[in-house]
Design a protein around this ligand. Structure first.
Ligand SMILES: Cc1cc2nc3c(=O)[nH]c(=O)nc-3n(C[C@H](O)[C@H](O)[C@H](O)COP(=O)(O)O)c2cc1C
Length: 197
């Protein structure tokens, strides 16, 4: 299945291309490609350039990390995410390294890192599906993640069956359109919920 974005404005093709697939092609991701995605994540902006994001990497058939991440996913996500060649868990460092004060932007910044990674991934014909449906407490325990870090999201990473650049070859029932809220519904001016016109 391929999900397309119908946008109002002429957005960057990679923004339109990215989506969260519920199934992946049975094809590994090259280590270099994965490192490229992780480097893209590292170029995200972050408060005080703290770079609070951390990632646990699971490559199918490798060290057992993949199986450990998979075991944390809820039943719904296990149903489809096992087709992905790579599973990740994102983790945020809760305290600033410079003064050990709470970093209220750690999840915000970690999310930006994943967004960067997702766009770079789209450029490489790789797709990332983030998941909140997993047992974060179990992940914290089985990966021995210290208390000063917060487990944020799991991710499935892989290639998809259909090539979005070959739309003519994709069966119609494999194409879905994604929706988004209207801009006026989430942008305000002068006061809360006064729509920005
Ligand atoms: C933090 C986060 C948690 C999510 N959790 C799940 C999940 O547990 N299971 C799932 O199938 N999709 C999950 N999603 C995917 C969203 O449903 C998806 O991003 C949203 O429907 C928009 O679709 P799109 O990414 O294809 O544009 C999650 C996405 C994010 C960012």
């Amino acid at each position: 299945m391929i999900k397309l974005a119908k946008t109002i404005y002429d957005l960057h093709p990679l923004i339109k291309k990215r989506f969260s697939p519920h199934g992946f092609k049975d094809e590994p991701i090259e280590k270099e490609q994965l490192l490229k995605l992780l480097e893209a994540a590292s170029w995200a902006p972050s408060s005080y350039n703290e770079q609070p994001w951390r990632f646990i990497i699971g490559i199918k058939g490798d060290t057992g990390s993949y199986d450990k991440i998979f075991s944390c996913l809820n039943e719904h996500n296990q149903h489809w995410a096992g087709s992905a060649p790579v599973l990740l868990i994102s983790v945020g460092k809760k305290m600033l390294t410079r003064n050990n004060a709470p970093n209220r932007f750690h999840a915000f910044d970690s999310g930006q890192a994943v967004a960067m990674m997702s766009i770079q991934a789209a450029h490489e014909d790789i797709y990332i599906h983030q998941m909140g449906g997993f047992d974060a407490i179990k992940a914290q325990k089985i990966f021995h993640i210290p208390e000063e870090y917060e487990v944020l999201a799991a991710m499935a990473v892989g290639k998809i069956k259909h090539d979005p650049s070959q739309m003519d070859e994709i069966p119609k029932d494999e194409i879905f359109y994604r929706n988004r809220k209207e801009i006026e519904s989430f942008t305000f001016e002068n006061d809360w919920e006064i729509p920005f016109k």
